[in-house]
Design a protein around this ligand. Sequence first.
Ligand code: SAM
Length: 290
Amino acid sequence: MPSQGSDFAHPSVRALLDSHGLRPRKSLGQNFLVDPVALSRIVAAAELSPDDIVLEIGPGPGGLTERLLEQAGRVVAVELDANMVALLREQLGNDPRLRIVEGDILKQDPGALLALRVPADNSPHPNYKVVANLPYYITSAVIRHLTEAALRPACAVFTVQREVAARIVAKPGQMSLLAVSVQLYGEPRIVARVPAGAFYPRPKVDSAVVRIRFYPALPLSGDELARFFRVVRAGFGQRRKQIHNALAAGLALPDAVVREALEQGGIDARRRAETLEIDEWVRLCRALAA
Ligand code: SAM
């Protein structure tokens, strides 16, 4: 959890909150980005143009929102904390290109929020981009929510704890359910590091900015996706076990059935879930369905 250490370098956000009788809420992961260099790097990572519409998740008092509005055509900002929504409306509410929505991002449908149509070929919308400085505890859920929605972004820029960023971009050998959940849909890269001192209040750990460029097409259809994640979850359910044992236990299947599917997928049954590549999970999922 973030510590509430003092931060005298960036008095303006603190003064703004103080003047409204507000304090950052730990329970909502409220560590606000106050360092101008870090803010500029995040905005640059999104590679915005005036044609773009940004979904900003958790705008807080609006430091990032203000900069996004300088480069994007429109920003839709979804914030859970009613006090922050009021503050943001006071700060930036006059800009007609900004829509502020009070609510939980996990309960919002991106297509309805942005009033954008899903492209006919179901590819990501080229002008829809996500920018978010996320509380660590909702990172996985948010990524899943965005990737499973009908309207999918072309790219997403997430500022997350450094350790979470490393897990997202992990390579085979160190894969996790989170890495597979992201890398099935797109290519993630760490594009900047953000020191703890860039936030008010200062958290205990450093952060990093991850940009995910989403692939135009998915290797699996909608129906296959649910099965895919059942298989992957089973594989990582007992990650220290060999993959055939983890799958047999997690999917309640006979070992012989699992071993046959692994053989069909060209995967050694003695490997562990963290070593499998995305293509191998896809092949395995298909072999198990056959
Ligand atoms: N974007 C601001 C910045 O960079 O300074 C604030 C980032 S702060 C780490 C995370 C923000 O997300 C907070 O304002 C918090 O209230 C908001 N938040 C937390 N959970 C949320 C949710 N489920 N939906 C929308 N906003 C949420």
